[in-house]
Every structure is written in structure tokens, then in C-alpha cells.
Design a binder for this molecule. Structure first.
Ligand SMILES: NC(=O)c1ccc[n+]([C@@H]2O[C@H](COP(=O)([O-])OP(=O)(O)OC[C@H]3O[C@@H](n4cnc5c(N)ncnc54)[C@H](OP(=O)(O)O)[C@@H]3O)[C@@H](O)[C@H]2O)c1
Length: 319
């Protein structure tokens, strides 16, 4: 952590907003300065620094030989840095070899995406793999916790919706295309899917809801689309990684779901599955519409960072 928190007990440094108390062992820990010397003996560093700070500090840890999993946006779009969702692009971890060759980093930096991208990319993955897709139109209804604490002032959001989140729409399209992209030698070739994104902030605490309108080159059966989402399993499930949900995508058959309050903690690892509902044809049988929900602070942040480090460990990238 930074100079404000360094030297304090963890319980004094954080504003704890969970209903369960801080585990005693964590509460007692002393917060150290974000210096490579402080991390001696760590297998992996998780970084949730403000982006400008991450740009400067994270390479110092990588230079000192650490593996770093970062939630900050600073390095996400660098060509030799994997932008990871373990279910979607596990092979992109091979970019770490490029970091080793060109920057001399022994282990290196891996990033996780913006929380709005995670659920969307997981849902798009089986669809772009199984069908020839055209354009995607996405509208988001994003939870308040995605803006951090204290976040959006209450007088702006109660009885309201804010139809703009600075920089978010560009990030969602750009990051989703990198994640869905193909590793070609030492480069990721971004997926070509055209995307139109509209981002909104809504008065929900946790859980980003998104509507997706997806076009196909040929007509599709709704049942086939649902089957492809429900059957989707990937590397973390095959490897039985501890934080991998048994089913990455859960399809709800009820006509008024998913809802953030009811569905954000669904799945075998609560909060790690994306819940999809309202799957139906769009304007014709060559398009579908659906609603998806993902827990932005679990699947969209810490959960994906932990799952990424589990994948790195199982593939030998932490050794
Ligand atoms: N991928 C995702 O979905 C996702 C989700 C949420 C957040 N994020 C990203 O995570 C990051 C943190 O967000 P947040 O809302 O948790 O921010 P935050 O509450 O402001 O926390 C920032 C932390 O960074 C530390 N820090 C600040 N300046 C520092 C410095 N110069 N050296 C060392 N430590 C420093 C702070 O320590 P002090 O208390 O000492 O200042 C604090 O612990 C952002 O980059 C955000 O975009 C990503």
C-alpha cells in the first residue's frame, strides 16, 4: 500500500464494509510499503493500485523477478502483457515468454480486465466459437461498487441513472476484442467482432447487468444458443482449479431473471458464474438477445485475479 496506510494494522488501514468481521489474522497484519523488498518470499503479487501508480510501480516488482497479477488498467493493452480471463484465453499466458525475452523479467505482469468486460467476454466466448457472428450491441447497467469507495455521490444516483461512465465504452470494446483474440506467434490478433457499447451507472450495490444483441451470419436456434452457453467448460474446469466454478455460465429459464440481488452469488463458487437469462431471437432468426449478470467485485475483480494466479501456478509460470 501507499504512504497513507504503510505501517498501520490492516484493520486500521481499510474501511471494512462487509457484514462479516475481518478475520483476526488479517486484521492484525501490518501494512508494508509497496516495495519489492517488502514482498520477499511471496509467490505472486496481486496489484489493485490506481492506474497511474501501477504504471510506475508494477514493472519494479516484475524487474525484481516477481509474478504480478494486476487489476489496474495501466498495462492491459500492452502487446506483450496477457489480459486474462482463464476460461476465455488461457493460452495468452504464453505472452509471458515474450516479456522474459524482451524485458528480462523472470516471471512478469499479467492483467485482468475491466469488470464490465469479464461477464460479456465469458458469454461471447462459446458463441463466437460455435457460430459465425456478426456485430454485438451491448447496454450495461453497472453497479455502484464498480466505481470504488465512496464512488458516486448519493444525490446523483438515488432516484436516478447516469448514462455515462468516462472512458468505459472504449475500454469494454477494446479489451473484449483482445481477450477474444487469437495468439498468433508472439502477438494477439484482436477479434474482429464489431461492438457498439452503451454504459450506464445504476443504483445497485453489486452486480453488473448487461443486455446483449448479437447478430449471426446464418439463422440460429435459440435452443442451440442456450445449449452452447450451458455446456461451456474451459481450462480452469478441466484442471479443477480451486476458484473455478463448475459451470462458468448458468442459464436461467425464469422470464424475469437474472436480477442482481437474487442472482449475483449463484454457482458452485459464489459470484464466479455469469448468469444469463431472457435468451430469445432478436429482429429475426439470425440474431439473439439476452441479459447477463456478473458479480463485478468477485468475478469482475479479485475472483478472476485469484483464478488467473491458480492457472499460472498449474502451468508452471510461478515456479
Ligand atoms: N479489474 C477490475 O474489475 C477492477 C475492479 C475494481 C478496481 N479496479 C482497479 O483497482 C485499482 C484500485 O481501485 P480501488 O477502488 O481499490 O482504489 P483505492 O480504494 O483508492 O485503493 C488504492 C490503493 O492503492 C494504494 N496506493 C495509492 N497510491 C500508492 C502508492 N503511490 N504506492 C503504493 N500504494 C499506493 C492505496 O494505499 P493508501 O491507502 O496508503 O493510499 C490503496 O490501498 C484501480 O486501478 C481500479 O481501476 C479494477
Amino acid at each position: 500500500m501507499g504512504s497513507k496506510s504503510a505501517g498501520k494494522r490492516y484493520s486500521e488501514a481499510v474501511r471494512w464494509l462487509f457484514t462479516e468481521p475481518i478475520p483476526e489474522e488479517i486484521a492484525r497484519k501490518q501494512v508494508e510499503k509497496a516495495l519489492p523488498e517488502s514482498a520477499e518470499g511471496c509467490d505472486v503479487i496481486y496489484s489493485a493500485l490506481p492506474s497511474a501508480v501501477a504504471r510506475e510501480i508494477e514493472p519494479k516488482f516484475a524487474q525484481a523477478g516477481f509474478a504480478l497479477v494486476s487489476e489496474a488498467s495501466a498495462h492491459r493493452m500492452e502487446p506483450d502483457v496477457p489480459l486474462m480471463i482463464p476460461e476465455v484465453n488461457p493460452d495468452h499466458l504464453k505472452l509471458l515468454t515474450r516479456q522474459r525475452e524482451s524485458r528480462g523479467w523472470k516471471r512478469g505482469i499479467v492483467t485482468t480486465p475491466n469488470c464490465t468486460v469479464t461477464g460479456l467476454a465469458i458469454v461471447l466466448k462459446p458463441l463466437v466459437d460455435s457460430f459465425s457472428t456478426g456485430k454485438a450491441i451491448v447496454t450495461t447497467m453497472q453497479a455502484l461498487s464498480g466505481a470504488g469507495f465512496p464512488g458516486v455521490p448519493s444525490l446523483q444516483i438515488v432516484d436516478n441513472l447516469i448514462p455515462y461512465i468516462q472512458g468505459e465504452e472504449e475500454k469494454v470494446a477494446q479489451e473484449a476484442k483482445k481477450i477474444l483474440g487469437t495468439l498468433n506467434g508472439k502477438n494477439v490478433v484482436p477479434h474482429k467482432i464489431p461492438m457498439g457499447i452503451s454504459c450506464n451507472r445504476v443504483a445497485v450495490i453489486d452486480g453488473h447487468t448487461e443486455t446483449l444483441y448479437l447478430e449471426f451470419e446464418k439463422s440460429v436456434d435459440v435452443a442451440d444458443v442456450i445449449a452452447s452457453l450451458e455446456k461451456f467448460r474451459a481450462e480452469p474446469q478441466r484442471l479443477k482449479l480451486p476458484t473455478a466454478p463448475e459451470q462458468p455460465i448458468i442459464v436461467s429459464k425464469e422470464k424475469d431473471r437474472p436480477q442482481p440481488r437474487l442472482d449475483r452469488m449463484q454457482g458452485s463458487i459464489p459470484g464466479m458464474s455469469v448468469v444469463v437469462g431472457r435468451v430469445r431471437h432478436g429482429i429475426d432468426d439470425k440474431s439473439i438477445q439476452l441479459t447477463l449478470l456478473s458479480h463485478n467485485t468477485v468475478r469482475g475483480a479479485a475472483g478472476t485475479a485469484i483464478l488467473t494466479s491458480e492457472l499460472m501456478e498449474s502451468k508452471g509460470y510461478l515456479g
